[in-house]
Design a binder for this molecule. Sequence first.
Ligand SMILES: Cc1cc2nc3c(=O)[nH]c(=O)nc-3n(C[C@H](O)[C@H](O)[C@H](O)COP(=O)(O)OP(=O)(O)OC[C@H]3O[C@@H](n4cnc5c(N)ncnc54)[C@H](O)[C@@H]3O)c2cc1C
Length: 384
Amino acid sequence: MSGEDSDTFSLLRQSVRQFIEKEVMPVSQKIDKEDYFPLDLFRKMGKMGFLGVTIPPEYGGSGMDYTAQAIIEEELGYASASLALSYGAHSNLCLDNLYRNGSEQQKEEYVPKLARGDWIGSLALTEPGSGSDALAMRTSAEIQNGTFVLNGSKTLITNAPYSDVFLTYARTGDSYSAFVVLSEDNGFSRGKKFDKMGMRGSPTGEIFFDNVKVPESRLVGNLNGGKDIILSGLNVERVILSFIFVGLARRALELSVKYATERKQSGNYLHEFEMIQDKLAVMYTKYQTSRLMADRALNGIKEDNMNVMDAAAAIYHVAESAEYIAREAVQIHGGIGYVREGEVERLLRDAILGQIGAGTTEIRKKLIAQGLVKKYKKQGRISD
Ligand SMILES: Cc1cc2nc3c(=O)[nH]c(=O)nc-3n(C[C@H](O)[C@H](O)[C@H](O)COP(=O)(O)OP(=O)(O)OC[C@H]3O[C@@H](n4cnc5c(N)ncnc54)[C@H](O)[C@@H]3O)c2cc1C
């Protein structure tokens, strides 16, 4: 995408890069080491129009499309994957989802606050007993006198320790529905914040619902329409989040080339050793194929003709490549790559999340294989 940004997108990329160089790069190591969530940067991203980039101006956003969101994710991913993850959870999983599926009243009430960064948002799907099998969730919403009463809990929720708004999925009888739950609701509470191996600084936590009463006006979409909302959002989430790892891979590659041109051993620069050249060549090729697949998937979601198989294949390849590239970056840096003063060990820890969040590698592979079989049965061949 970066090679072919239109004027508008190249201006956006420039302004995100300026913001990142000035505000994010200087603190990206501190964010990781101290595991702190830079709320001030989040608020600034709201003021600069990044948080609500896909939201029309009348609801407080910048009125751009998913390319703009992918650019922000990629550039943030280059500087601080954890900030990029929190951004994705807020701006795509919660805000954009609420805008796509919410009622007019919900859009007026919640969307501008989230777009400006006055409020922080989360998407709450995963539970202690249901991750990959999300529809095995136990959190329930019972209707009592025109009010929904929520009971249950959610875990591993990005931004939960700070969020004001939770787009929450719950069982409604044999089906599922989505609700807006506010942190100020009676009966809502937060549990622990997880101490993670990577993506430190992106706060991940538990939340509990103990007879939380939400009015019917907080039902998102139709009653029992939750499964459709989950499924319709999955491709978009996978594609947008994959750009975090395109950015991370670019950073790992860049640091590796830099180190290979600065470090000498046995009288040669590292880049003069064939085995290091081999690594750089494979890293670059994996980075480029990741970018191509992510861009193709992005065009697919923009044109609304993205199939589940190709979205899964894009994020599968991007995430696996990013982890590979970050691992090789550590190797190229030798011993210093393993210590915490440098950046590459953080990139490797952060990259691992790429194979877990937004559906695991195994689930992505399952979707790819299922898609192939379906295609073959329908067409009798495997072509585009
Ligand atoms: C940092 C972080 C942030 C997150 N943010 C959010 C968030 O904002 N909102 C949210 O709702 N969730 C969030 N999650 C949860 C995330 O979506 C889940 O962790 C993920 O979907 C996997 O679920 P699980 O952890 O329960 O693993 P499980 O589903 O228990 O899987 C365990 C292992 O079994 C494999 N497996 C499971 N089922 C199958 C199968 N059918 N076939 C083959 N293999 C299988 C998995 O691939 C995995 O290797 C986050 C997680 C992390 C770590």
